[in-house]
Design a protein around this ligand. Structure first.
Ligand code: NAD
Ligand code: ZN
Length: 354
């Protein structure tokens, strides 16, 4: 079976394109309705907050992403938004990095689908379209702006709500919005994109669709992280989009599987977790890891080390089982006989090096 997947239908790209947000929303506003802007609280009191085109009964909701999105956080936000007014909002607009983009997607879906967001972690469990939603990245790399998932940590698992309904109706790609991002964070989230490309291109699921996007994204990442360009922010924003398009029709691999384990047990954030894992994966991606190390050196990035040494046996076992449960990722990386190649003992050895 070939996958027949949805993609974001409307995209605006360019420096200053954020200024057109008001016009974009105008045609979605119903009589007496309101919009809800979900803004990363890092922008509280910052110029970007003042540029949010609030009108009438619109609401601005700040979200904190010190922790990556949890299902209970989503459920609380949905209750908060339902309490704001009798009707559902005309639109949800998420402005921030991958975490905020995922929060806004999940909120849009849970405003119309009953129950806890934890019930929908999985594939195609959402049956009712969400509220109209717009995604506006302020940090480039995750591809969350284009993907059909919102990654949530629930009581039992870290798993996305994957569905065609999860996709944004509109995205605004304005490279000016990434100004002010701390260098380490810029690097870690940018490497998420680089690793998407490497894992997609080296995987067994690769095809010309994914290759076309993945190769372009990789080329842009090399320009951003190994050369100097005035329009590096523009390049990385497009690399993120293309990287997301590449994995949409292939899959990620060993690095993402292992980073999910790190994140579930140690609360390590996605970008840095991918870097910590990738740094140890020469045996899977020799050229990619060598280039990654050159990028780290060029930008003087020091990764945290020995983060798994404090774990007890039980925590280590759970981390390994979270990683090995991600079957499609291992199949993409190693082929259909991956279980023979990727044993719990091998995963443990890799984790012990991180
Ligand atoms: P993030 O959204 O977690 O933000 C990282 C930090 O950067 C936060 O402190 C945030 O406040 C800050 N920040 C964001 N924009 C800023 C700006 N312009 N200036 C200053 N600070 C800024 O980081 P991320 O790496 O973009 O996203 C990671 C999240 O994305 C994880 O939750 C991960 O699970 C998710 N993710 C989702 C997908 C998907 O397809 N849905 C793919 C990969 C990752
Ligand atoms: Zn990723």
């Amino acid at each position: 079976m070939f996958r027949n997947f949805a993609i974001v239908p409307r995209i605006i790209f360019g420096r200053g394109s954020f200024n057109q947000l008001d016009d974009i929303l105008e045609e979605k506003r119903g009589a007496g309705g309101f919009m809800v802007f979900i803004l990363d609280d890092v922008f509280k009191g910052q110029p970007l907050e003042g540029r949010v085109p609030l009108k009438g009964d619109d609401k601005l909701v700040h979200v904190n992403v010190d922790n990556e999105p949890k299902t209970r956080y989503i459920d609380a936000l949905v209750e908060q938004i339902k309490g704001l007014s009798k009707g559902s909002p005309d639109g949800i607009i998420g402005i921030g990095g991958g975490s905020t983009l995922d929060i806004a997607k999940a909120v849009s879906l849970l405003l119309t689908n009953p129950g806890s967001s934890a019930h929908y972690q999985g594939w195609d469990l959402i049956t009712i379209p969400g509220v109209y939603k717009v995604g506006i990245p302020t940090l480039s790399g995750t591809g969350a702006e284009i993907s059909r998932t919102t990654i949530l940590t629930g009581p039992e698992k870290k798993l996305g709500i994957n569905s065609d309904y999860t996709i944004y109706d509109q995205i605004v790609l304005d490279p000016e919005l990434v100004n002010g991002i701390p260098k380490d964070q810029w690097f870690y989230t940018g490497m998420d994109c680089y690793i998407h490309d490497v894992e997609s291109l080296a995987g067994t699921f690769i095809n010309q669709f994914s290759r076309a996007y993945g190769e372009k994204s990789l080329e842009l990442c090399r320009q951003v992280f190994l050369e100097d360009h005035d329009d590096a922010a523009d390049k990385l924003m497009m690399a993120s989009y293309f990287g997301g398009m590449s994995i949409a029709y292939s899959q990620v691999g060993a690095c993402h599987a292992l980073s999910y384990g790190l994140s579930f047990i140690l609360d390590v954030h996605h970008g840095i977790g991918c870097c910590i894992a990738f740094d140890q994966l020469e045996e899977f991606y020799p050229e990619g890891v060598a280039e990654f190390k050159a990028m780290m050196e060029r930008h003087q990035i020091e990764l945290p080390r020995n983060i798994t040494t404090s774990l007890n046996d039980d925590e280590m076992d759970r981390m390994i089982s979270v990683a090995l449960a991600l079957e499609p990722l291992w199949e993409n990386c190693l082929g259909s006989n991956w279980r023979e190649l990727m044993t719990p003992e091998r995963a443990r050895k890799l984790y012990e090096r991180m």
